[in-house]
Design a protein around this ligand. Structure first.
Ligand code: GLP
Length: 382
């Protein structure tokens, strides 16, 4: 699974829209082989839709051979109600792009036979060859579409009772009045989402941080239905910094480092859109090898375990203080090593034993950020 972390919701929206644009364009859909796209509602994807509309208006994206399936719909709310998901999708996307009307699929929450309506939806998805990319948001309780906690991970499209937390969360769209929020919805199932060939979840905001942590750091669990992406062979979560607040620092660094290695060391040109690497160009492969740390030619038993970075950092006169560089998602930072009293204990430091005697590393000053030049020499620093 890929976790892409961006600064804020705006950057998440642009990254996601750009990804969808590239996937659709790369697919080269035709009328007989359309690109089938699953789409969510909620406030999170709104800006994604604005970008998609913008790409369409600029002639950079066409929906001519795209087929869409909305994820869910309230039961009993008239289709024309401004808060029906039908109105939502039309307002933010469908009315502004060149989707053929016969290619737009939405659940009918006013169908006489709701079970039959759900079956019709599942059949339709199969008929068009399955969903190529399912874009999803989540609720603060970790639901995808309206698959509330406890939903079967094999569930398909069905009628679902909404959790009280969801009713409360969605009351903001109904003038803050929980009584006006429908309590039932039709929703694609967790199994329906899993069956898509690719799943992309967008998660923003501190109020979704617990759900993201459950999804990334804990096991697959029906109480956090978004966690099912762990079982998906092609899943990506795009989140903002606020949504990472409950993740371990180590987890955040790990996923950022993966992106950094791909971008800076392997090279974007060698990586497929979905993260696959089929082969490296000769030049890039050579670059990779020369970036690898080389063993010292003459081992010096008195040398410090840490590389001496004082020259790279423009510090030639390092005595009691030493400078290290560490990097975070393509930015590197300058930190000062402070001499400290050994007796004070030493927990939480980034480095230990880098300078003689009782010196431990404490990040006392952070100057930066500044970009690491993409030279093999500096690549070894990170
Ligand atoms: C509703 C929808 C979900 C959506 C969620 C998130 O519950 N049924 O599909 O993911 O809202 O909404 P928001 O993006 O406004 O937080």
């Amino acid at each position: 699974m890929r976790l892409i972390i961006r600064e804020d919701p705006k950057a998440v929206a642009y990254y996601t829209a750009n990804y969808v644009r590239q996937r659709i364009n790369e697919f080269k859909a035709t009328r007989s082989r359309p690109f089938v796209l699953g789409l969510p509602t909620g406030s999170t994807p709104v800006e994604v839709y604005w970008h998609l509309v913008d790409f369409y208006k600029r002639g950079e994206l066409s929906f001519r051979n795209v087929v869409t399936f909305s994820m869910d719909e309230y039961v009993g709310l008239p289709r024309t109600h401004p808060e029906s998901y039908c109105s939502f999708m039309r307002r933010h996307l469908y009315d502004h792009i060149n989707l053929r009307s016969e290619n737009i699929h939405m659940l009918d929450g006013n169908a006489e036979d709701l079970a039959a309506e759900c079956q019709r939806y599942e059949d339709k998805i199969k008929e068009v060859g399955g969903i190529e990319l399912f874009l999803g948001g989540i609720g603060p309780d970790g639901h995808i579409a309206f698959n509330e906690p406890g939903s079967s991970l094999e569930s398909v499209t069905r009628v679902k009772t909404l959790a009280y937390e969801t009713v409360l969360a969605n009351a903001r769209f109904f003038g803050g009045d929980v009584n006006k929020v429908p309590k039932l919805a039709l929703t694609v199932g967790v199994g329906t989402v899993r069956a898509a060939r690719e799943v992309l979840l967008i998660i923003t905001g501190a109020h979704k941080a617990v759900a993201l942590a459950k999804c990334i750091e804990e096991g697959v669990n029906h109480m956090w239905t978004l966690s099912v992406v762990q079982l998906h062979p092609s899943a990506m979560v795009v989140c903002d910094e606020d949504a990472t607040l409950e993740l371990h620092v180590k987890t955040v660094r790990y996923f950022k480092s993966i992106e950094q290695v791909q971008e800076q060391l392997i090279g974007r040109q060698n990586i497929g859109l979905k993260g696959s690497i089929s082969k490296l160009s000769h030049a890039d492969a050579q670059g990779l090898y020369t970036s690898a740390p080389q063993p010292p030619s003459e081992p010096d038993s008195n040398a410090s375990a840490e590389p001496d970075l004082s020259e790279e950092m423009g510090q030639s006169d390092v005595d009691e203080e030493e400078y290290v560089a560490y990097s975070d998602a393509g930015k590197s930072f300058k930190a000062t090593l402070m001499p400290v009293d050994d007796s004070a204990g030493s927990s939480g430091e980034l480095h230990d034993g880098a300078s003689p005697s009782a010196t431990r590393a404490a990040v006392a000053a952070v100057g930066g950020p500044f970009q690491i030049p993409p030279s093999p020499q500096n690549s070894t620093i990170c």
